[in-house]
Design a protein around this ligand. Structure first.
Ligand SMILES: Nc1ncnc2c1ncn2[C@@H]1O[C@H](COP(=O)(O)OP(=O)(O)OP(=O)(O)O)[C@@H](O)[C@H]1O
Length: 317
């Protein structure tokens, strides 16, 4: 069974098409990162999965059920951490979790889940006095109630300090290990890289890439940057390196050369620099960061070749 399946889903608002003919499949047990720039249609997609918004066209199936017809049953097996969660100021943290237990009719106690998110000591305080990070931990606690089959986390690390981000990452890993599916939308790309098996990148309502991070790196192609520390990055050295086959770009910053090149031409780059009179002190390669990949897929003409294949999921990981 797939956890989330969208087929030909379009959502038109009066002035904008937020999601356009979207096909998306999230397998059971998968941690799926959902990325895209502002306004790409991520929240609208999540809202359709949760039946808060109805598609103009297409079908949404969640945990094997129709998202519209069976929304109550789906909600009972789904934990949601919404973007911009607001607390009931006068209720305690514990009361919030109890409320989640009651509304899901879960056979669960509040304290273990409060402890899991690090809020047990503050559980009896009014949530109105919680810090932003504490509110986010509370939202996560409510999402975790009743061991849901599907966790939908919209910007889960928002407002969390580094310790909170680490806790959240460990909780996502533990939930996945227990067999839950996690659908994770985020702008914090390092988070996505750390926890997700696969990512989908949405752009103007369409899925422009879907693969493992590794697969996306390969699809982008020239994902490698070689940093070479030399005694003196003269014009002659830069020109010699630029002339090496497989080098697409060279930047000189003081005594540091940054070389964008195909994998496998490293040795020739170093040799060319030395032949041109440079003394190479040190070198190392950097893989394309997720930021680089994200920009490559979402910014205008810079979209990489292979994107069309990636969009149909045909790029091998
Ligand atoms: N209720 C609505 N009425 C009209 N337009 C809407 C509505 N909800 C969303 N939109 C529009 O649909 C498009 C997609 O918005 P959406 O909130 O889904 O994007 P997003 O990827 O979640 O963005 P962000 O990262 O900024 O939260 C935007 O152009 C937005 O203005």
């Amino acid at each position: 069974m797939t956890a989330i399946e969208l087929r030909g889903v379009t959502k038109e608002f009066p002035s904008v098409t937020a999601v356009s003919d979207l096909d998306l499949t999230v397998e059971e047990g998968e941690v799926y990162g959902f990325l895209g720039p502002n306004g790409a249609g991520k929240s609208t997609t999540i809202d359709m999965v949760l039946d808060l918004v109805r598609p103009t066209e297409g079908t949404v199936t969640v945990l094997g059920r129709d998202a519209t017809a069976d929304s109550v049953a789906i909600r009972r097996r789904t934990g949601v951490l919404p973007d911009g969660f607001s607390v009931y100021d006068r209720l305690s943290g514990r009361r919030h979790v109890e409320f989640a237990i009651e509304s899901k009719e879960a056979d669960a106690e509040a304290d273990p889940v409060l402890e899991r998110v690090g809020l047990l000591e503050d559980a009896d305080r009014k949530a109105g006095g919680y810090s932003k990070g504490m509110r986010q931990r509370l939202a996560l606690a409510m999402a975790l109630v009743g061991e849901p089959d599907l966790l939908i986390l919209d910007e889960p690390s928002s407002g969390l300090d580094p310790a909170g981000v680490k806790d959240m990452r460990e909780i996502v890993a533990a939930e996945a290990a227990r067999g839950a599916t996690v659908f994770f939308s985020s702008h914090v790309l390092a988070q996505v890289e750390a926890v997700c098996d696969r990512v989908g990148i949405l752009r103007e309502g369409e899925l422009v890439a879907e693969d493992s991070i590794e697969g996306l790196r390969e699809a982008v192609g020239d994902g490698e940057t070689l940093e070479v520390a030399v005694d003196d990055a003269t014009d002659a050295v830069v020109d010699a390196v630029r002339a090496v086959e497989g080098v697409s770009r060279v930047e000189a910053d003081g005594a540091m050369l940054r070389v964008s090149c195909d994998p496998g031409v490293k040795t020739r780059v170093i040799a060319a620099a030395e032949d041109a009179g440079a003394v190479v002190d040190d070198f190392h390669t950097e893989e394309a960061s997720l930021e680089d990949l994200f920009l490559a897929y979402t910014e205008g003409e810079a979209a990489p070749t292979g994107r069309e294949d990636a969009a149909t999921g045909e790029v091998d990981a």
